[in-house]
Design a protein around this ligand. Structure first.
Ligand code: FAD
Length: 527
């Protein structure tokens, strides 16, 4: 399992980078002077992850470096909303931990497109959508893999959340409400001339934090939760610079985002998805998911993530990223053929778009079955030229005049690949694919199945994870649940760290909505 070794290296590198990043820590508000050394030793995330999930009760805090009513871990969309909402609900002593040097996480690098209905902006433009339409859209896109009770809350609040961003935070939005992720005109686009997409959130949230007196501690990484003997939350251990600090608190909100940048955790939570690379925000390493799981939180829906097909070689050997390894238009070719490393087709290549589970899940499965790090995408020179497709990193795709020659470049069996391509071309000519039924299904019907012609072109591709949908189990109040369904008192979760209440188009909506629910819930708990 070559790829596992590689990803273990990647993980240890990224973990050491994360701790290294905090060496030069500075905070906007200095923590209270240390009264005693923290006696507990912080575990590395990887070590902590190896522990069983039984509640790790720990002696009540006697040596806290600082004290808070509420600690929010992670200053992305979920954590920022949680902190503001908690303050608006009367919580005074809020500490917001952020491991990076600035706030925002994935939220600020997002396109800032957020789904909603019945918003002030839609009312101005006479755009009418209903709850039922929105719920159906979300559930259909997610193939009904979402928790209905939690999803109902996400959808019900989607419009209010946008209005809250506009009214409470004064986040700028464009007038354009787009049709996206389905037929509905539901996608509101934040941004202004000065700050595009998710960056439009920065100034409003900074102002709100300051106004609310939230103690924002940058380059301070939450590493561990400390529990009271009765199973409730007692505190948070964080790493700041070279030292550990212990913050005692009445409640904690985990808002650390997803784990798309932690391939080892992905492989652990769903072995069939081993072999992925992370794209998106490098801070999405699942820290909060690990912390919560270590004190008994249940994890759920961890077989559900969004991956995007990328150029394997560029990702693996050329420090690739989402742009340099982009193969989206190659995958969109009407004569795309996907083969495994045995040179045979294994899927209806048009069963879904390049970033859907319908396409990526079978690819992950095939990589597992063949113990391979990638599958092959094949098209031809004329088609790619017509589509204007070029390879990233100033590299060339593999190209050959015959299938056998192409197979040689791919190090696949020539006879098998020839038979595979001959069969495919026969299906394309007849319009009937008896093996994988390509051409059937609503998405596939819009996708023609054209034949391949020499010269042929190939590239190895791998699904790379960008958004994770699984995570910490919670109830409708954003309280974290143990596997037996009981609540961990004082522990809340919001955003991508929490499991299963959003999908494409609704993920930003999810982080703000559940951030607010967690903030209000924590405020109620503290009182
Ligand atoms: C490129 C890209 C574009 C996207 N565009 C859209 C879009 O247009 N619309 C949409 O709906 N969705 C979009 N998404 C998804 C969406 O942005 C995310 O699901 C959402 O922003 C997650 O919010 P969050 O607050 O849960 O996590 P994040 O915004 O990632 O925030 C988590 C924060 O926690 C911090 N953190 C992590 N661990 C620790 C720790 N141990 N201690 C302290 N701090 C920690 C991180 O540094 C980060 O600041 C996009 C995703 C990507 C990758």
């Amino acid at each position: 399992m070559k790829r596992i070794t590689m990803f273990l290296c990647t993980l240890s590198l990224s973990l050491s980078c994360l701790s290294g990043c905090s060496q030069n820590a500075s905070t906007t508000t200095a923590p209270a002077e240390t009264t005693a050394a923290v006696t507990t030793t912080a575990e590395t995330t990887a070590e902590a992850n190896a522990e069983p999930t039984a509640p790790a009760a720990e002696t009540a805090l006697t040596a806290a470096d600082m004290s808070a009513d509420l600690v929010v871990i992670g200053a992305g969309g979920a954590g920022l909303s949680a902190a503001v909402e908690a303050a608006d609900n009367g919580v005074e002593n809020i500490v917001l931990l952020e491991k990076m040097a600035s706030i925002g996480g994935t939220t600020f690098i997002s396109q800032g497109m957020i789904a909603g209905y019945d918003t002030a902006l839609q009312k101005e433009q006479n755009i009418e959508l209903t709850y039922d339409q929105m719920y159906d859209n979300l559930m259909t896109n997610a193939l009904y893999r979402l928790d209905p009770e939690l999803t109902k809350i996400t959808v019900e609040n989607a419009g209010h959340t946008i209005d809250w961003l506009m009214e409470r935070l004064e986040v700028p939005f464009t007038d354009n409400i787009l049709v996206g992720y389905g037929p509905l005109q539901m996608m509101h686009v934040m941004g202004s001339e000065e700050a595009k997409g998710g960056m439009a959130l920065k100034a409003p949230f900074e102002a709100a934090l300051e106004e609310a007196g939230v103690n924002l501690m940058l380059e301070t990484r939450g590493t561990r939760l400390v529990m009271n003997e009765d199973g409730s939350v007692a505190g948070v251990v964080a790493q700041q610079g070279g030292k550990e600090i212990l913050i005692d608190t009445k409640a904690v909100i985990i808002a650390t985002g997803g784990y798309a940048y932690n391939p080892e955790l992905t492989g652990l939570l769903d072995p069939e998805m081993a072999g992925t690379f992370g794209i998106g925000h490098p801070a999405a390493t699942g820290d909060g998911i690990i912390m919560a799981n270590n004190v008994g939180a249940a994890l759920t829906h961890t077989n559900h993530l969004m991956a995007v097909l990328k150029d394997y070689e560029i990702m693996a050997n050329h420090n690739g990223n989402s742009n340099s390894a982009n193969v989206s238009r190659f995958i969109g070719a009407p004569n795309l053929v996907l083969v495994n490393t045995n040179a045979v087709r294994f899927v209806n290549e048009k069963s879904g778009g390049y970033m859907t589970q319908e396409l990526n899940r079978p690819i992950f499965n095939e990589m597992t079955k063949t113990d391979s790090d990638y599958v092959w995408a094949i098209s031809d020179e004329a088609t790619l030229a017509e589509l204007g497709v070029t390879r990233g990193g100033e590299m060339e795709f593999l190209k050959a005049d015959t299938v056998e020659e192409l197979a040689g470049l791919m190090e696949l069996d020539g006879e098998t690949l020839k038979a595979t391509i001959d069969s495919y071309n026969g299906y394309a000519a007849s319009g009937n694919d008896p093996e994988f039924n390509r051409g059937a299904g609503s998405w596939a019907e819009s996708q023609p199945m054209l034949p391949l012609e020499a010269p042929y072109v190939a590239v190895a591709v791998v699904p790379c994870e960008i958004i994770t949908y699984g995570g910490i189990a919670r109830n409708v109040n954003a309280e974290v649940l143990r596997a037996d369904g009981s609540v961990i008192p004082g522990l809340f979760v919001a955003g991508e760290a929490g499991a299963n209440s959003a999908y494409m188009g609704f993920t930003l909506s999810n982080c703000f909505t559940w951030g607010r629910i967690a903030g209000a819930g924590a405020a109620g708990y503290i009182k």
